[in-house]
Design a binder for this molecule. Sequence first.
Ligand SMILES: Nc1nc2c(c(=O)[nH]1)N[C@H]1C(S)=C(S)[C@@H](COP(=O)(O)O)O[C@H]1N2
Ligand SMILES: [Mo]
Length: 412
Amino acid sequence: MTIQRTHRADPADRQRPHLSRRELLAGTAGVVGAAALTPVSAQQSVATTRRAGRGPNEVDQRSSYVTPRRDPSATSSRTPLQDLQGTITPADLHFERHHGGVPDIDPALYELLVHGLVDRPTVFSLADLHQFPSTTRICFLECSGNLQRGTPETLPQMVCGLTSQTEWTGVLLSTVLREVGAQPNAAWLLAEGQDAAVMTRSVPMDKALDDAMIVYAQNGDALMPGNGYPARLLLPGWEGNASVKWLRRIELAEQPFMTREETSKYTDPLGDGTAVRQFSFVMDARSIITDPAYPRVIAPGWHEIRGLAWSGRGLITGVEVSTDGGNTWHAAKLQAPVLPKAHVRFRHLWQWGGEPTEIMSRATDETGYVQPTWEALQAARGPHTRYHQNPVTSWTVGDDGRMLFGAERLRS
Ligand SMILES: Nc1nc2c(c(=O)[nH]1)N[C@H]1C(S)=C(S)[C@@H](COP(=O)(O)O)O[C@H]1N2
Ligand SMILES: [Mo]
């Protein structure tokens, strides 16, 4: 029987001397190697096995061989979608978007004021928030500005890394609102952050009483500072902007507050730009293939196409994959559990014959909404819309196996 090797070890290894069977059996290889010979990788691994590794420690780090990285700019950093598996984003790789930097908030001094149209205006401490019955839910958080139309040399992270998924824990906002006695005429609330930007957004009471949460934990641990430590608002399925971080004040009122973030920004100009879509909160269904993608170079043969799909309206009911530039589509497999308002992992087995082609994915959600093409989005929203861009995105494959971002498709 022959054993085949699917990929070569470091070519430099082949020039190094081989261990003798005697050295291996005697266990002297490490000692001899260290003292007299140029190091060889096999010797090193024997030596490592004989030498005790490090003991348990207080907080671990990734293997030094594993280096996923966000790509910080002055105002945001993106999740390296191409480096991750499954659906949960490690907390230290969750995307960040800040308008005024990350505040340093002492949890002992943290306060949340809830006032306005309530019977009992109240200031809650962090301990008070922990005291309420807790809820845990897995959902995505996506910035409505999550589309970068880059060059062909663009990573999935750059195309759409302003989305991440977390197991959040906190208290339902409805619980807090019951505690303060929300008055029946309250139709909106203002959420205000404790950062230099003093981010404020109006949130309709329907959402506040439905599934909104004040969260203090992320994947089982306290929130990361950049994601809102010690507490933030979480509006599952809605544009990230409205999930105000470092939450310090909630005010109930009859009308929306018309803050800067909902009049000048975070509105979507339509058609010729004279009409706008305001309070366009829900994130529409979307998907992206995260592997294979730029910068990979693939060989002819079988490949598992992998990616993520999600919808702010609820469940993803299907993802289709095309491997011939959108001519024919195949139902991809969805990895259970498929949760509402959550990233879902999809996969599709594909045999690449070596010809140039283009691969892409298209998500459908439980409302029947189908992820649109760039042309359809442009026709519906006009050319001035900056936010809520969720077009079908593709990767091209050259006859040399080079994968490139399908940037051409997103040019208007
Ligand atoms: N207080 C405050 N909340 C904020 C922001 C901010 O700058 N300040 N940025 C918003 C935007 S635009 C987005 S997309 C999300 C990003 O959340 P994250 O940084 O935890 O990923 O937070 C929102 N909440
Ligand atoms: Mo955002």
